[in-house]
Design a protein around this ligand. Structure first.
Ligand code: GLN
Length: 203
């Protein structure tokens, strides 16, 4: 089975663990650097990115996660996506800078404006439900960033090599296409484009 870690310091890590659980996966709650060692992939969940950043730093995991992301697949959602971004606005916040995007925090408005919406995606099977909770917005994506889903004209699911990131919470929807795609990324071991990544041609 694939050994997939979920950073379990803050946020909705339990929902990700549930979404990834299958006969083919072993899920590990990651709370310290040593637990990263033999993982095949890692999820950084949603929550609150400033709090998560503090905890990662306190546990000496910030550099270790950056090194992990240089070598193996990492999937960040919402706050996790903010942590992966090259640049965070506003105000600027430290991040791992392993994904060539500029991201604006809380860009879809206040808590009360959080919403469930249908967006367009590159996966076969049509539209994708997206749960936005005080979601960030990807305001710029570099040329090596593939856009796998969109909502309201902005990218909401992107991939660069072995890094996958969503501004919404796929673990809170019943649709498992994204988690399956992440597992396929891990199995493929391809740090760059894989044949499945054309629009309309994703499992
Ligand atoms: N608003 C949060 C932040 O800026 C992210 C929200 C989420 O992860 N659902 O970190």
């Amino acid at each position: 089975p694939l050994k997939i870690g979920v950073v379990a310091l803050q946020g909705d890590y339990a929902a990700h663990a549930e979404a990834l659980r299958s006969s083919d996966t072993e899920i590990v709650s990651v709370r310290e650097t040593a637990e990263l060692v033999d993982l095949d992939g890692l999820v950084i969940p949603g929550g609150e990115s400033t709090a998560l950043l503090k905890l990662l730093t306190r546990e000496n995991m910030f550099e270790a996660v950056r090194e992990f992301a240089a070598a193996k697949p990492v999937f960040g959602t919402c706050a996790g996506c903010i942590i992966l971004a090259k640049e965070v606005l506003p105000p600027p916040q430290q991040s791992l800078a392993v994904l060539d995007i500029i991201i604006q925090r809380n860009a879809y408005g206040r808590q009360i404006e959080s919403r469930v919406a249908m967006g367009d995606c590159a996966f076969s099977g049509g539209g994708l439900e997206m749960v936005f909770i005080r979601a960030p917005r990807i305001v710029r994506a570099g040329s090596r960033v593939e856009i796998l889903a969109r909502y309201g004209g902005f990218p909401t699911l992107v991939r660069q090599g072995n890094i996958l990131a969503a501004t919404f919470h796929p673990e809170l929807s019943a649709d498992r296409r994204i988690h399956r795609f992440f597992c396929a990324m891990i199995r493929g071991g391809q740090p760059c484009l894989s044949p499945g990544v054309q629009m309309g041609n994703l499992g």
